[in-house]
Design a protein around this ligand. Structure first.
Ligand SMILES: Cc1cc2nc3c(=O)[nH]c(=O)nc-3n(C[C@H](O)[C@H](O)[C@H](O)COP(=O)(O)O)c2cc1C
Length: 511
């Protein structure tokens, strides 16, 4: 067997899609074992927060919608919480079916399986007793699962991250593994983290619009947090803590947002069906480990790419004022593209919002989102139809905001094949490949790197979703692709792993 430095690399290799693997996979969806997508706490009282939403009508209860001008101070603070939860993981559309309706959420999720659960810890927060709550999306309510002060416990589980001390709200995001593995088997871990990253993307922008700055915390003792939430660890575990500080706070915290776990490549061989949980278990932290000084290679120095295209000058401000919430409500993953081209201005504007919001002239939207470590992510794009840009595969430099052409050719047919024959890949104008040098990432963050990479790729993907929707374009994530063939065909360096794909294009009328 090949040797691996980390379990994460072993997991990544063994969950790759290959043409032979897909052809021989016997897995069929068992609808008798379909997961439930909502957690229930029978006999516990629901605290309704639906009437505090900024909506025209209350879809959750008869309580109506209260006019914000008449909020008392408790309602004001509860409305902030209601808004952050709803616009990140709440139900924004209901599709009627004969047996039961299908609930669509504010953030996209691979296969519509919504593995992300949100728990809320509040401390000295007007309107709610100190304690832990589960967000009940189905009723836009909270259910108390623990009453009392847990600040010290959470703080020490988070290795005393100073943002915890400053926060009145701490959200705890977990992954319910089976919701996604029911369909995607071991590879589901990738999608669970990507999905959760999308939720984090919305959360960050919405909280900023409420005067809060989101600080994701990736370093914590997993077991202690799981115990506080009373989770069955075979089914569900914590993925991230999110703290919120005043938006003008000094964010130069002494502890980084992402901390490493150790590398664990002993007795690596694991049977199919057990690799998801095994990776997560091996990525857990128990104590604070400092981040080693690892520089992430500059891909442009290493690979001498050809033609350089400066495209910062093409970016336009497309205006977010009062648009964020309507855009989130409107967002859906595009189901079909026309195949028409978008413009270089549209592409550059989407990229500016996604990767370099600090360059935007617009100041009413968070211009410095905090990631776990987005320097780990490298971006390549296949341009199939962009007016003003030659067809081909490009490397995109986040720092310099330019493109470097890697291969010259229209990749429509190839991308269609690489995305497992999904028409979205064929008709998209641009296909974005979120990639990372996995061996450098695990060297820096141990097994936990895998989690950070996918959470951050999802976060970036969500910004891309919102920017595209704001421009009236179509967008959809793609989690299923032939991993190694993507590198071969597009000329993406071999040591760079593709972790996620986002497609952008002109939406067909039916979608
Ligand atoms: C991580 C991730 C992977 C996805 N992969 C695919 C995919 O391979 N093919 C596809 O058609 N849609 C894909 N989607 C889109 C989902 O199918 C879509 O989000 C889900 O059906 C919910 O619908 P909505 O996004 O319109 O709310 C993906 C979404 C995410 C977040």
């Amino acid at each position: 067997m090949q040797t691996y430095e980390s379990y994460a690399e072993y997991y990544h290799d063994l969950t790759k899609y290959t043409p032979e693997g897909i052809a021989s996979n016997q897995h069929r969806l068992d609808f008798n074992k379909q997961p439930t997508l909502f957690k229930e706490y029978p006999n516990r009282k629901l605290i309704d927060i639906s009437h505090l939403l900024p909506l025209d009508k209350n879809p959750f209860s008869d309580a109506g919608i209260k006019n914000p001008d008449s909020f008392n101070s408790e309602e004001k603070s509860l409305s902030v919480l209601s808004k952050i939860l709803y616009f990140s993981n709440g139900i924004t559309a209901i599709v009627p079916f004969e047996d039961k309706p299908f609930y669509m959420r504010a953030s996209p999720s691979a296969g519509g399986l919504y593995p992300t659960e949100i728990y809320v810890y509040v401390h000295d927060y007007p309107g709610l007793e100190n304690g832990l709550y589960n967000y009940q999306a189905l009723k836009q309510s909270l259910v108390q699962i623990y009453k009392g002060d847990l600040k010290n416990k959470i703080s020490s589980a988070a290795f005393n991250h100073p943002a915890v001390e400053k926060s009145k709200i701490i959200l705890i995001l977990t992954g319910v593994f089976y919701r996604s593995s029911w369909r995607y088997q071991d590879r589901a871990y990738r999608r669970i983290c990507l999905d959760t990253g999308h939720v984090i993307g919305n959360m960050e922008l919405v909280s900023y619009s409420c005067g809060l700055k989101q600080v994701p915390i990736g370093g914590f003792n997993d077991q202690l947090i799981n115990e506080l939430l009373m989770l069955d660890e075979n089914e569900e575990q914590v993925l991230s803590l999110i703290s919120f500080v005043d938006k003008d706070s000094d964010l130069n915290f002494s502890v980084p947002n992402a901390l490493p776990s150790k590398l664990d490549n002993k007795n690596i061989k694991t049977s199919e069906g057990n690799r998801l949980l095994e990776l997560h278990q091996r990525s857990r932290s128990t104590n604070l480990v400092n981040v080693p000084n690892v520089s992430i290679e500059n891909i442009e120095d290493k690979f001498k790419f050809s033609t350089k295209v400066e495209f910062e000058k093409n970016a336009r401000s497309f205006g977010w004022k009062d648009k964020l919430l309507p855009v989130i409500l409107r967002r859906r993953s595009t189901r079909a593209y026309t195949g028409e081209s978008i413009t270089i201005e549209e592409l550059a504007s989407i990229f500016e919002f996604t990767y370099r919001p600090d360059l935007m002239i617009e100041k009413n939207i968070d211009s410095k989102p905090v990631y776990f470590d987005s320097s780990l992510i490298q971006t390549f794009i296949a341009v199939n139809g962009v007016d003003g840009l030659e067809e081909g595969c490009y490397y995109f430099s986040q720092n310099e905001f330019h493109l470097r052409q890697v291969r010259f050719k229209n990749f429509r047919d190839e991308v269609y094949y690489l995305c497992l024959g999904q028409e979205l890949g064929h008709k998209a104008s641009v296909v974005v490949f979120h990639t990372a040098n996995l061996s450098r990432a695990v060297f820096k963050y141990g097994e936990r790197a895998y989690r950070y990479l996918h959470l951050d790729a999802g976060h970036l993907g969500q910004r891309m979703n919102l920017a595209a929707i704001n421009l009236g374009l179509g967008v959809s994530g793609i989690g299923g692709f032939f991993d190694d063939q993507v590198n071969e065909v597009l000329g993406i360096p071999e040591n760079v792993a593709v972790v996620y794909i986002t497609t952008i294009g002109v939406p067909a009328k039916t979608s």
